[in-house]
Design a protein around this ligand. Structure first.
Ligand code: DON
Length: 296
């Protein structure tokens, strides 16, 4: 399979590929989609990719982004570091990053035309009306993404603030996005078009959707409705929409050291899946916020 994803200054593509590369070292199907084993491995992949996001990612015009992040070799090394029986404390992954002691405006469209040309478009303003500036003659608003920068140098903390150098504010620099509009192709043909809003959760929403469709062969409706999982390195906690549904798995994961936040709604993914057998397009709009699938 080939994945067409967004390059920096979005972290979406790199993190998604890094997580998928890690996860391909394990047989998720054998364990089942909602088993503690699969959930544990997904959380651990998320934790590692988001740690690298903090350590390395920012506007490539200002920051050298190491090429190894998306290599299979690197993913294999990370996969080997995953303890299958317990959660890795996020702090252990980043001894080099000093830890301090202590939206409603993004949407995604998935589009495919009769000739099979696909567009995955995530659109973000950040604040209502963005920067409140409309481009003369073009009719669209400019966004205001200043909150996507690391705001306070050195202030990386357990609450989830990041103060690492790659994404600090600088003149002319673009802020690190998490947008992950993604096109998955199989044998050179579009297979899946997806993406979501949701700030830092976006990348994990897309990961969950891809795992559901590609590894667990869910139809788009089921894949979009399925409970989502999020871990972003810090806070060192898991958000899992399926906490009440998959109590046994959650209990096992707790015993392994994962800590959970109360479940909350994650993302608003929109999916088009192309049935490889018939070439028929199947669209599914997320019911979590709004939207609909339509064909013309
Ligand atoms: O580019 C980004 O990562 C953010 N500006 C996205 C913000 C977002 O998804 C808010 N929506 N719920």
């Amino acid at each position: 399979m080939t994945f067409t994803v967004l390059p920096p200054p979005s972290s979406g593509g790199i993190c998604l590929v890094e997580m998928l590369n890690i996860l391909e070292n394990f047989d998720l199907q054998k364990h089942g989609r909602w088993s503690p084993e699969t959930l544990h491995l997904m959380i651990e992949a998320m934790r590692r990719a988001y740690c690298d996001r903090a350590r390395y990612l920012g506007d490539p015009a200002f920051t050298k982004i190491p090429g190894h992040l998306i290599t299979k070799d690197y993913a294999r090394k990370l996969a080997k570091g995953i303890d299958r029986t317990k959660a890795t404390p996020s702090e252990n992954l980043a001894k080099d990053i000093r830890l301090a002691e202590e939206g409603m405006q993004t949407t995604h469209f998935s589009i495919i035309d009769h000739a099979g040309m696909a567009v995955a478009n995530t659109y973000t303003l950040e604040h209502s009306y963005g920067s409140r500036v409309v481009v003369r003659g073009a009719g669209f608003l400019l966004n205001n993404e200043m909150l996507d920068f690391n705001r306070r140098p050195g202030q990386t903390d357990r609450a989830g603030n990041i103060g690492t150098p790659p994404n600090l504010i600088a003149p002319g620099k673009r802020m690190l996005s998490s947008q992950t509009p993604t096109i998955v192709a199989k044998d050179g043909k579009v297979f899946l078009v997806t993406g979501s809003p949701g700030g830092r959760t976006i990348i994990n929403t897309v990961l969950c959707t891809i795992i559901n469709v590609v590894d667990f062969h869910m139809k788009p409706r089921t894949a979009v409705d399925a409970p989502r999982l999020h871990h972003q390195w810090f806070p060192d906690r898991v958000q899992f929409e399926g906490m009440n549904q998959y109590k046994d798995a959650v209990q096992k994961l707790r015993q392994m050291g994962h800590r959970f936040d109360s479940p909350r709604r994650q993302g608003d993914a929109h999916v088009i899946w192309v049935d490889p057998k018939t070439g028929t397009y199947h669209g599914a709009a997320d019911a979590r916020i709004s939207g609909k699938a339509a064909g013309y």
